[in-house]
Design a protein around this ligand. Structure first.
Ligand SMILES: NC(=O)c1ccc[n+]([C@@H]2O[C@H](COP(=O)([O-])OP(=O)(O)OC[C@H]3O[C@@H](n4cnc5c(N)ncnc54)[C@H](O)[C@@H]3O)[C@@H](O)[C@H]2O)c1
Length: 238
């Protein structure tokens, strides 16, 4: 849905995080009323825009926020569009320390709370921030939407539980689309970087600037995307 078509508000779950806060800033800049459901104010702690409303701040990350069904219903009440970015995964370390059962309880349970509330309130668009880790180990270097997903076989960072969680979340979104007609879009995103991150490596950027031939080693060759481009993709009508 185009930004101009938003009549009510936009909900961003996990809106105080790395990608969410950038999305929230762009929405606010465009005059959209934004609700953020998060357990901490994070990167938005100094934001004072009157069009911004917080829910769940200070609540416990395993049992509060997304895991609190009543709070999630309240968050969805008056919104047209939901961006679902919240994830309880030990912040930016990408190594989960929570027991797997807790991880799945909070994140899957939270997603179900959100999908159910979205269905009841006839949300016009539900956007999920998924991940290319859903593919796990692939036999080919090029992947498409038809590529078989084997997240359980992934041995690298961030670990197989993450991809399994993301794929399960995608499937739940599809269930709500097929079963109840909820319009959903899932983005399978690669590693996200910003201006403070040296991805691709600074030597590659330096050589590109000098228009010199570059050698991309395997370790430099994995996919990545700048956070501004992720936000731009989120805001493009499907
Ligand atoms: N950063 C990447 O490289 C990348 C790549 C692909 C997909 N993604 C996905 O995009 C989304 C955003 O990623 P990010 O890097 O901004 O993550 P992040 O960790 O910076 O943000 C996640 C936010 O969720 C919040 N949260 C945790 N538990 C919560 C709960 N119970 N209720 C409500 N909020 C809760 C956290 O406080 C945090 O602000 C995630 O779903 C992630 O899986 C990220």
């Amino acid at each position: 849905m185009a930004i101009e078509d938003i009549k009510k508000k936009v909900l961003v779950t996990g809106g105080a995080g790395f990608i969410g806060s950038k999305l929230v800033h762009v929405l606010l800049e465009r005059g959209v009323k934004v609700k953020v459901l998060d357990t901490q104010a994070g990167a938005l702690r100094t934001e004072t825009n009157p069009n911004l409303q917080f829910l769940g701040i200070g609540s416990e990350s395993v049992s509060g926020g997304m895991a609190d069904r009543d709070l999630v219903r309240q968050a969805v009440e008056d919104v047209d569009v939901i961006y679902h970015l919240a994830i309880n995964w030990n912040g930016h370390t990408w190594k989960h320390e929570l027991p797997v059962a807790d991880l799945f309880n909070t994140n899957i349970g939270g997603t179900l709370n959100l999908l159910d509330a979205a269905r009841s309130h006839n949300t016009r668009h539900f956007i999920l921030s998924s991940s290319c880790t859903v593919y796990g180990e692939t036999k080919t270097k090029i992947v498409g939407e038809d590529t078989v997903c084997n997240p359980e076989l992934w041995e690298g960072d961030v670990g197989p539980a993450y991809g399994i969680l993301k794929l399960t979340t995608e499937k739940l979104c599809l269930l709500y689309y097929h079963q109840y007609g909820l319009p959903v879009t899932a983005f399978r995103i690669e590693y996200v970087f910003d201006d403070n991150d040296a991805i691709p490596s600074s030597s590659i950027i330096e050589n590109l600037r000098k228009e010199e031939t570059i050698e991309v080693k395997d370790s430099d060759g994995y996919g990545s995307i700048h956070v501004d481009e992720v936000v731009q993709a989120f805001l493009s009508p499907p």
